[in-house]
Design a protein around this ligand. Structure first.
Ligand SMILES: Cc1cc2nc3c(=O)[nH]c(=O)nc-3n(C[C@H](O)[C@H](O)[C@H](O)COP(=O)(O)O)c2cc1C
Length: 201
Protein backbone atom coordinates (compact mmCIF):
# COMPACT_ATOMS: atom_id res chain seq x y z
CA UNK A 1 0.00 0.00 0.00
CA UNK A 2 1.35 3.46 -0.86
CA UNK A 3 2.14 5.94 1.90
CA UNK A 4 -0.65 8.18 0.60
CA UNK A 5 -3.22 5.35 0.66
CA UNK A 6 -2.10 4.44 4.17
CA UNK A 7 -2.55 8.04 5.39
CA UNK A 8 -6.00 8.41 3.84
CA UNK A 9 -7.24 5.06 5.15
CA UNK A 10 -5.82 5.76 8.60
CA UNK A 11 -7.82 8.95 8.69
CA UNK A 12 -11.04 7.25 7.50
CA UNK A 13 -10.64 4.42 10.01
CA UNK A 14 -9.89 6.68 12.97
CA UNK A 15 -12.75 9.19 12.68
CA UNK A 16 -15.01 9.22 15.69
CA UNK A 17 -17.84 11.50 16.70
CA UNK A 18 -17.41 13.68 19.74
CA UNK A 19 -19.32 16.52 21.35
CA UNK A 20 -16.51 17.18 23.85
CA UNK A 21 -15.31 20.16 21.84
CA UNK A 22 -13.35 23.30 22.62
CA UNK A 23 -12.08 26.27 20.62
CA UNK A 24 -10.89 26.71 18.01
CA UNK A 25 -13.26 25.76 15.23
CA UNK A 26 -11.87 25.98 11.68
CA UNK A 27 -11.95 29.37 10.02
CA UNK A 28 -10.88 31.21 6.90
CA UNK A 29 -9.23 29.23 4.11
CA UNK A 30 -9.03 26.08 6.21
CA UNK A 31 -12.81 26.15 6.78
CA UNK A 32 -13.41 26.74 3.09
CA UNK A 33 -11.22 23.75 2.16
CA UNK A 34 -13.04 21.53 4.66
CA UNK A 35 -16.45 22.66 3.43
CA UNK A 36 -15.34 22.03 -0.17
CA UNK A 37 -15.28 18.30 0.63
CA UNK A 38 -19.08 18.27 0.42
CA UNK A 39 -18.79 19.22 -3.25
CA UNK A 40 -17.14 15.83 -3.85
CA UNK A 41 -20.16 13.89 -2.60
CA UNK A 42 -21.72 11.59 -5.21
CA UNK A 43 -24.72 13.33 -6.72
CA UNK A 44 -27.08 11.85 -9.34
CA UNK A 45 -28.10 14.52 -11.86
CA UNK A 46 -25.69 17.15 -10.52
CA UNK A 47 -28.47 18.62 -8.37
CA UNK A 48 -26.06 19.54 -5.57
CA UNK A 49 -28.86 19.31 -2.98
CA UNK A 50 -26.66 20.05 0.05
CA UNK A 51 -26.57 23.46 1.74
CA UNK A 52 -24.33 24.51 4.61
CA UNK A 53 -25.21 27.15 7.19
CA UNK A 54 -22.30 28.17 9.42
CA UNK A 55 -23.30 29.35 12.89
CA UNK A 56 -20.59 30.91 15.06
CA UNK A 57 -19.98 33.67 17.57
CA UNK A 58 -23.03 35.50 18.81
CA UNK A 59 -25.33 33.79 16.30
CA UNK A 60 -24.95 30.59 18.36
CA UNK A 61 -27.22 31.93 21.12
CA UNK A 62 -29.79 32.98 18.50
CA UNK A 63 -29.78 29.45 17.07
CA UNK A 64 -30.10 28.05 20.61
CA UNK A 65 -33.18 30.28 21.12
CA UNK A 66 -34.75 28.95 17.92
CA UNK A 67 -33.98 25.33 18.92
CA UNK A 68 -35.65 25.86 22.29
CA UNK A 69 -38.68 27.51 20.67
CA UNK A 70 -38.94 24.48 18.38
CA UNK A 71 -38.74 22.06 21.32
CA UNK A 72 -41.58 23.93 23.06
CA UNK A 73 -43.62 24.05 19.86
CA UNK A 74 -43.27 20.29 19.36
CA UNK A 75 -43.88 19.49 23.01
CA UNK A 76 -45.50 22.16 25.17
CA UNK A 77 -44.78 19.97 28.21
CA UNK A 78 -41.07 19.63 27.44
CA UNK A 79 -38.93 19.21 30.52
CA UNK A 80 -37.42 22.56 31.64
CA UNK A 81 -34.06 20.95 32.49
CA UNK A 82 -33.87 19.32 29.09
CA UNK A 83 -34.63 22.65 27.43
CA UNK A 84 -31.94 24.44 29.44
CA UNK A 85 -29.40 21.71 28.62
CA UNK A 86 -30.15 21.91 24.88
CA UNK A 87 -29.88 25.71 24.94
CA UNK A 88 -26.50 25.51 26.66
CA UNK A 89 -25.30 22.88 24.19
CA UNK A 90 -26.16 24.90 21.10
CA UNK A 91 -24.87 28.20 22.48
CA UNK A 92 -21.58 26.81 23.80
CA UNK A 93 -20.36 24.64 20.92
CA UNK A 94 -17.47 26.41 19.15
CA UNK A 95 -19.38 26.19 15.86
CA UNK A 96 -22.51 24.56 14.48
CA UNK A 97 -22.89 23.77 10.81
CA UNK A 98 -26.49 23.20 9.78
CA UNK A 99 -26.75 20.77 6.87
CA UNK A 100 -29.77 21.62 4.78
CA UNK A 101 -31.40 19.81 1.86
CA UNK A 102 -32.49 21.76 -1.20
CA UNK A 103 -34.95 19.19 -2.52
CA UNK A 104 -36.72 19.00 -5.86
CA UNK A 105 -39.66 16.57 -5.42
CA UNK A 106 -40.69 16.89 -9.09
CA UNK A 107 -37.26 16.16 -10.52
CA UNK A 108 -36.64 12.90 -12.38
CA UNK A 109 -34.01 12.04 -9.78
CA UNK A 110 -35.91 10.31 -6.93
CA UNK A 111 -36.16 12.25 -3.67
CA UNK A 112 -34.43 9.40 -1.84
CA UNK A 113 -31.39 9.77 -4.08
CA UNK A 114 -31.31 13.51 -3.41
CA UNK A 115 -31.39 12.80 0.34
CA UNK A 116 -28.72 10.11 0.01
CA UNK A 117 -26.48 12.65 -1.74
CA UNK A 118 -26.91 15.04 1.20
CA UNK A 119 -26.06 12.15 3.56
CA UNK A 120 -22.89 11.51 1.58
CA UNK A 121 -22.07 15.23 1.80
CA UNK A 122 -22.46 15.02 5.58
CA UNK A 123 -20.07 12.08 5.72
CA UNK A 124 -17.51 13.94 3.63
CA UNK A 125 -17.83 16.92 5.97
CA UNK A 126 -17.16 14.71 9.02
CA UNK A 127 -14.16 13.08 7.35
CA UNK A 128 -12.70 16.40 6.16
CA UNK A 129 -13.03 17.89 9.65
CA UNK A 130 -11.32 14.86 11.14
CA UNK A 131 -8.52 14.84 8.55
CA UNK A 132 -7.83 18.49 9.40
CA UNK A 133 -7.62 17.68 13.13
CA UNK A 134 -11.05 18.93 14.19
CA UNK A 135 -13.80 17.04 15.97
CA UNK A 136 -17.49 16.90 15.18
CA UNK A 137 -20.75 15.09 15.70
CA UNK A 138 -23.89 14.96 13.57
CA UNK A 139 -27.11 15.31 15.59
CA UNK A 140 -30.77 15.62 14.74
CA UNK A 141 -33.57 15.05 17.26
CA UNK A 142 -37.22 16.04 16.76
CA UNK A 143 -36.33 19.67 16.07
CA UNK A 144 -34.47 18.71 12.89
CA UNK A 145 -37.82 17.63 11.43
CA UNK A 146 -39.73 20.74 12.52
CA UNK A 147 -40.73 22.53 9.28
CA UNK A 148 -41.08 25.86 11.13
CA UNK A 149 -37.48 25.72 12.36
CA UNK A 150 -36.33 24.65 8.88
CA UNK A 151 -38.05 27.68 7.39
CA UNK A 152 -36.56 29.99 10.02
CA UNK A 153 -33.12 28.75 8.95
CA UNK A 154 -33.78 29.27 5.24
CA UNK A 155 -35.30 25.94 4.21
CA UNK A 156 -39.04 26.34 3.53
CA UNK A 157 -40.79 23.12 2.40
CA UNK A 158 -40.09 21.08 0.35
CA UNK A 159 -36.58 21.89 1.53
CA UNK A 160 -35.58 20.48 4.90
CA UNK A 161 -32.83 19.97 7.45
CA UNK A 162 -30.50 16.95 7.49
CA UNK A 163 -29.06 17.82 10.88
CA UNK A 164 -26.67 19.88 12.95
CA UNK A 165 -22.92 19.35 13.05
CA UNK A 166 -21.23 20.49 16.25
CA UNK A 167 -17.67 21.42 15.32
CA UNK A 168 -14.54 22.33 17.26
CA UNK A 169 -11.27 20.94 18.57
CA UNK A 170 -11.63 17.60 20.37
CA UNK A 171 -10.89 17.86 24.09
CA UNK A 172 -9.17 14.49 23.97
CA UNK A 173 -6.45 14.28 21.33
CA UNK A 174 -6.06 11.00 19.44
CA UNK A 175 -8.67 9.12 21.42
CA UNK A 176 -8.70 5.44 20.57
CA UNK A 177 -11.40 4.29 18.18
CA UNK A 178 -12.63 0.75 18.66
CA UNK A 179 -12.32 -1.00 15.30
CA UNK A 180 -15.46 -3.05 14.83
CA UNK A 181 -15.14 -6.07 12.54
CA UNK A 182 -16.82 -5.54 9.17
CA UNK A 183 -17.24 -9.26 8.36
CA UNK A 184 -20.80 -9.50 9.81
CA UNK A 185 -21.88 -6.80 7.36
CA UNK A 186 -20.31 -8.29 4.23
CA UNK A 187 -21.42 -11.17 2.04
CA UNK A 188 -20.26 -12.54 -1.28
CA UNK A 189 -23.08 -13.19 -3.70
CA UNK A 190 -23.09 -16.51 -5.55
CA UNK A 191 -26.51 -16.38 -7.18
CA UNK A 192 -28.67 -16.96 -4.09
CA UNK A 193 -30.07 -14.33 -1.67
CA UNK A 194 -27.44 -13.40 0.88
CA UNK A 195 -27.73 -13.27 4.66
CA UNK A 196 -25.54 -11.46 7.13
CA UNK A 197 -24.11 -12.52 10.47
CA UNK A 198 -25.10 -9.05 11.73
CA UNK A 199 -28.76 -10.00 11.31
CA UNK A 200 -28.60 -13.31 13.19
CA UNK A 201 -29.49 -13.21 16.88
C1 LIG B 1 -28.59 11.45 10.35
C2 LIG B 1 -27.96 11.21 11.70
C3 LIG B 1 -28.54 11.75 12.84
C4 LIG B 1 -27.99 11.55 14.10
N1 LIG B 1 -28.59 12.12 15.19
C5 LIG B 1 -28.06 11.93 16.42
C6 LIG B 1 -28.62 12.56 17.56
O1 LIG B 1 -29.60 13.31 17.47
N2 LIG B 1 -28.06 12.33 18.76
C7 LIG B 1 -26.97 11.51 18.90
O2 LIG B 1 -26.48 11.33 20.02
N3 LIG B 1 -26.39 10.92 17.83
C8 LIG B 1 -26.90 11.12 16.60
N4 LIG B 1 -26.33 10.53 15.50
C9 LIG B 1 -25.18 9.61 15.71
C10 LIG B 1 -23.86 10.34 15.90
O3 LIG B 1 -23.68 11.34 14.90
C11 LIG B 1 -22.68 9.35 15.82
O4 LIG B 1 -22.59 8.80 14.53
C12 LIG B 1 -22.79 8.25 16.85
O5 LIG B 1 -22.69 8.82 18.12
C13 LIG B 1 -21.71 7.16 16.69
O6 LIG B 1 -20.44 7.72 16.77
P1 LIG B 1 -19.35 7.45 15.64
O7 LIG B 1 -19.72 8.36 14.50
O8 LIG B 1 -18.05 7.79 16.29
O9 LIG B 1 -19.43 6.00 15.29
C14 LIG B 1 -26.83 10.75 14.23
C15 LIG B 1 -26.22 10.22 13.08
C16 LIG B 1 -26.77 10.45 11.82
C17 LIG B 1 -26.11 9.87 10.60
Amino acid sequence: MSKHAHTVLKSLLSRASTDALTEPAPKGEELETILSAVMRAPDHGKLRPWRLVVVKGEARAKLADKIVASMKRLNPDADAKKIEKRHKRFSSMPMTIVLGMHLRPDDKIPLLEQELAVGAAGMNLLNALHAAGFGAVWVTGDVAYDPVLAEELGFPAPHALAGFFFVGTPEKKDHEVKRRPVAPYVAEWDGEPVSFKADKD
